[in-house]
Design a protein around this ligand. Structure first.
Ligand SMILES: [Zn+2]
Length: 660
């Protein structure tokens, strides 16, 4: 069977990081309770554990350490119980964190440049007996193909041999550290002709060795289970580590929006993997905050919201849980998960299996803040986007290239062809600046970076939704000279930089009205350039006016988006797919407002919004518009290639079908 068809939509990721200081492990495990939980949860897959961060194994092992409080094959019992009711059960193996192994074999640990053992976020792993141990403090193990990696290969082989039906393997904590300077790695670097004292060489070595680790794990799995899935995790599939993507059969995008990242993180990552040719799953937790939590609950309505968002970005879903050491599944958790997945089942036909409809292609920069700022601005304007890969500019009507991007010759040729063919381009700050010059000739000459620590932008035309006054930018503009094209906004500078020598009041120095006006927004043909990094400003400071300036500039070239939605504010989201096999478009809308409560960002009240106006431009003749979940027909107007209709009510999420 094709591996891709075996990736689940509705999964639980069951953690079991269980201290050896607790006895009676799995003593309350029962097939009936386990299956009841899976059924309550509507699951089609559950990732079960074979080896945890304490290094404990949950099956009789000859190469690892079986949990001393366990006297039966818990891993196998879970696999069998799941299979009996038709649920997949891929198996979890921790890689990078393994506490008992690290105590028995300190030489298996990863080592930092200064010779100290590497730990997660540099936290202390050991200390006085009765002192509080920081959460998530673990030593990093060296996976660079040395003795510890060998140990993981042996564990892998043992599991592969033991379980005749093995759906997949999930390796955790694979890419947390970027370099290792343990004696084995230093020796290996020398043998490879690399400098063991060089940070850059150590990073290069780690990537090569990590790829080798993944290849060896895969080879072992394939010997026994040619169709099984394999996924290498580290805080979720990472768009910024493409060198590791080929080694996984699918992607699980770990995300805990209440405490890590935010509710927008899923969108950019999902869009990165949308056209990867592999399936991708969103991953969240049933927890209030994060992994490892016992007794923490997220409201079921919030889980439903998260799962609906995953679906509307084409992702399957996985919800994390942490099983009690006695092996009894907490049914309350599975009632909540079941509530969310019951909804996912209903909306699945309208979320998967189509081609994404979007106008905008985003080129990912190494500047993640700029990327996420742009992503957020687009999402908050209900403008979905794709990620540019392999210079596929021509797939989009408009391309945005953020700060810091420099293209190679092939990229530049593709971009020039795209523009010559009428493609629209938005540049900002120092995008496409190489050796102090723009790579692209669009009538603007690059001069220099900012001279002052802040500046002030003003539009030349008056707009109702933007202040008619100089507006502060704490991420100041790059300086350019306009040779051709029209200037739409200018910026002026402060009297001086704020220093110990000269400063002005509490904060930024005011604008000097006599300072030279320099171009802030320029349009020449199909190219718009913003001298500021307004997206980065927005990501950092959250001013709605930075967002509006950005949108003002974007709209100078994005005149007719395919889909326009009004009435769901900044927290509303919109995606659409074209299901050509079914002769229909499916539009998905959602709305909820995450709020900050203490250290958490939560969703509590999901209030309905009413009368959302939707306009879609299409060359298809639309025959019917309806809400499939309630089978409600929507009146629509169709003229000049535009279909318009109103969705009377949106509560959390809705799907809309446009048949053609
Ligand atoms: Zn090492």
């Amino acid at each position: 069977m094709d591996i891709n068809n075996r990736i689940p939509l509705m999964q639980t990721h069951l953690d079991f990081h269980t201290s050896p200081d607790v006895a009676g492990i799995g003593s309350k495990f029962s097939k009936e309770n386990f299956q009841k939980a899976l059924k309550l949860g509507n699951l089609d897959s559950i990732t079960v554990f074979a080896k945890c961060h304490h290094s404990m194994c949950y099956y009789p092992t000859e190469v690892g350490t079986m949990h001393p409080g366990l006297d039966f094959d818990l891993t196998g019992a879970m696999i069998d119980a799941a299979h009996e009711i038709g649920v997949r059960a891929p198996v979890y193996i921790t890689a990078g964190w393994s506490h008992y192994d690290s105590m028995m074999h300190p030489e298996w640990r990863s080592v930092s440049k200064d010779g100290s053992y590497t730990s997660n976020e540099c936290m202390p792993v050991e200390g006085d007996r009765d002192t509080f141990k920081p959460n998530y403090s673990w030593y990093m193990m060296c996976l660079n193909d040395g003795e510890y990696a060998q140990h993981i290969y042996e564990i892998t082989e043992e599991i592969c041999k033991r379980y005749k039906v093995l759906d997949g393997l999930f390796y955790d904590i694979c890419f947390m550290e970027e370099a290792c300077f343990c004696p084995t790695c230093k020796k290996g670097m020398k043998e490879m002709g690399l400098d063991p004292e060089s940070e850059a060489d150590a990073k290069k070595y780690l990537i090569i060795k990590r790829q080798s680790f993944m290849t060896k794990c895969t080879d072992i799995l394939r010997k026994y289970h040619p169709d099984a899935t394999i996924y290498f995790n580290s805080g979720g599939a990472d768009p910024y580590k493409p060198e590791y993507h080929d080694y996984s059969t699918h992607f699980e995008m770990e995300d805990l929006p209440t405490s890590e990242g935010d509710y927008n993180k899923i969108s950019l990552r999902a869009r990165y993997f949308t056209n990867s040719g592999k399936k991708y799953i969103g991953m969240t937790g049933k927890f209030h905050l994060a992994w490892g939590e016992f007794g923490g609950f997220k409201p079921k309505e919030a889980l439903k919201f998260e799962v609906a968002v995953m679906a509307m970005y084409g992702a399957g879903a996985s919800i994390g849980d942490h099983m009690h050491p006695d092996g009894e599944m907490e049914l309350e958790t599975y009632r909540n998960i079941g509530f969310a997945y019951d909804y996912l089942k209903k909306i699945a036909p309208y979320c998967y299996g189509g081609k994404t409809v979007c106008d905008i292609g985003l080129y990912l920069s190494d500047d993640r803040e700029a990327n996420s700022g742009i992503s957020n601005i687009l999402l908050e304007n209900q403008l979905d986007y794709g990620i540019i890969k392999d210079n596929n500019f021509s797939d989009y009507k408009l391309v945005i290239i953020p700060d810091g991007v420099v293209l190679d010759d092939a990229g530049l040729n593709a971009l020039n062809t795209y523009i010559a063919n009428g493609g629209k381009l938005v540049l900002m700050a120092d995008s496409l600046v190489e050796n102090g010059e723009f790579q692209l000739d669009f009538g603007v000459k690059y001069k220099a970076g900012a001279e002052y620590d802040c500046d002030y932008i003003t539009l030349r035309e008056k707009r109702d939704n933007i202040p008619d006054a100089p507006m502060l930018n704490l991420v100041p503009a790059h300086r350019t000279e306009v040779l051709a094209g029209e200037v739409y906004a200018d910026f002026i500078t402060p009297y001086f930089n704020r220093t110990f020598n000269r400063f002005f009041g509490h904060k930024n120095t005011p604008h000097n009205k006599d300072s030279e006006r320099m171009p802030a927004i320029v349009k020449n043909g199909n190219v718009v350039y913003m001298a500021h990094s307004l997206a980065k400003s927005y990501a950092r400071h959250g001013s709605v006016y930075h967002k509006r300036y950005f949108m003002y500039a974007l709209n100078l070239v994005l005149d007719t988006p395919t889909i326009e939605v009004s009435g769901i504010g900044a927290e509303g989201r919109c995606t659409a797919i074209n299901q050509t096999d079914n002769n229909r478009y499916c539009i998905n809308l959602e709305y909820a407002v995450p709020v900050k409560r203490g250290e958490a960002t939560i969703i509590e009240d999901i209030m309905p919004v009413y009368n959302i106006a939707v306009k879609m431009r299409t060359d298809k003749e639309i025959k019917r518009v309806y809400l499939p979940l309630t089978d409600e027909e929507l009146a629509f107007d169709s003229a000049d290639g535009e279909v318009t209709f109103t969705v009377p009510k949106l509560e959390c999420h809705t799907s809309i079908v446009l048949e053609y």
